[in-house]
Design a protein. Structure first.
Length: 317
């Protein structure tokens, strides 16, 4: 199963993916025929998540084998191996946007930890605990707020010091009672249709949720969530991911794409009339777990539970 696909930052044709066979693949889609440039091997179990550094010179991966690894995507070399101090399976990871020397990782033992990738050591004060297994992580654009989702249906927020990695617990919202949060994605726009930051949440069972982030909830100084839209999805068992469409969202307020257990890719468009319109891409033969756009929206990548990655080219009228 391909658990995640992601284009490198500000890149049109450099794509990476991770899978449950314990490997990551770095692919070049153009010029010339698409090709796998590197296979990153070393994990002893499935790779659950990975992230590109801001300059694309490092990949960090989280694995069910209980280790975080740093890779050089240019030559495929493993730079550092960081074991989880609890020996727990690692389920998600994210770079600190303002300090790519810091990586946050979420574990099956309910822990969120900030790791200094230069030393391999945990940041002082950089830990937090969630009610359930930590399945999803993301930062807001300024890198001040860390969002974390768990398998008990809650989304927690932490204030993060980008210099030290210290975490301060801010809030917790029960989004899906009896369910799980499998993906989080944060965006902000200078748009009249979406003047506030937004958080996109895959919530099992069967919902894709778009929240407005309230920067100062009730005068408390901590971020809060206000539900903006709910979209129906086929989501019962798999760890589905979604993402914002970077350019369409800027123009229209919010346009999102998600994987689905019906083996399709679904688009939801919140336009000026605040009505969701749906476009569907069919071609996979198994549940679609992961989706990602490149920087100019000319290509969309999707990965499924059977190990297939499809790259879709956008057709312009």
């Amino acid at each position: 199963a391909v658990r995640k696909v992601q284009f490198a930052h500000d890149e049109r044709h450099l794509l990476a993916c991770c899978s449950l066979d314990g490997t990551l693949s770095v692919c070049r889609l153009a010029p010339g025929p698409p090709a796998v440039l590197r296979r990153l091997r070393g994990h002893g179990a499935g790779v659950s998540d990975f992230a590109w550094s801001l300059s694309n010179d490092v990949l960090v991966s989280a694995s069910l084998d209980g280790t975080l690894r740093l890779w050089d995507p240019g030559d495929g070399r493993c730079i550092r191996r960081v074991p989880d101090p609890d020996g727990a399976a690692l389920l998600c990871c994210a770079f600190q946007p303002l300090n790519n020397n810091l990586t946050v990782v979420g574990s099956a033992r309910h822990m969120v930890r900030v790791v200094n990738i230069s030393t391999g050591k945990a940041a002082r004060g950089g830990t937090g605990r969630l009610p359930g297994r930590v399945l999803a992580l993301c930062f807001d654009a300024p890198g001040r707020v860390l969002w974390a989702g768990d398998d008990r249906g809650s989304v927690s927020s932490f204030l993060c010091d980008p210099g030290t990695g210290r975490l301060t617990k801010a809030s917790r919202v029960l989004v899906q009672a009896g369910g799980s949060i499998t993906s989080l994605s944060a965006r902000a726009w200078a748009s009249r249709e979406a003047p506030d930051p937004s958080l996109l949440v895959n919530a099992c069972p069967d919902r894709l949720l778009l929240f407005r982030v309230v920067e100062d909830e009730g005068g408390s100084g901590v971020p809060g969530l206000r539900l903006r839209r709910s979209f129906p999805t086929r989501h019962r068992e798999q760890p589905l991911r979604s993402c914002f469409c970077p350019l369409m969202s800027f123009r229209q307020g919010a346009c999102v794409v998600t994987g689905s257990e019906d083996a399709s890719v679904h688009f939801f468009d919140v336009g000026r009339a605040a009505r969701a319109t749906v476009n569907t891409l069919q071609g996979h033969g198994a549940p679609v777990l992961a989706v990602a756009f490149n920087c100019d929206e000319s290509l969309l990548a999707s990965g499924d539970a059977a190990g297939t990655v499809i790259v879709w080219r956008r057709q312009h009228a």
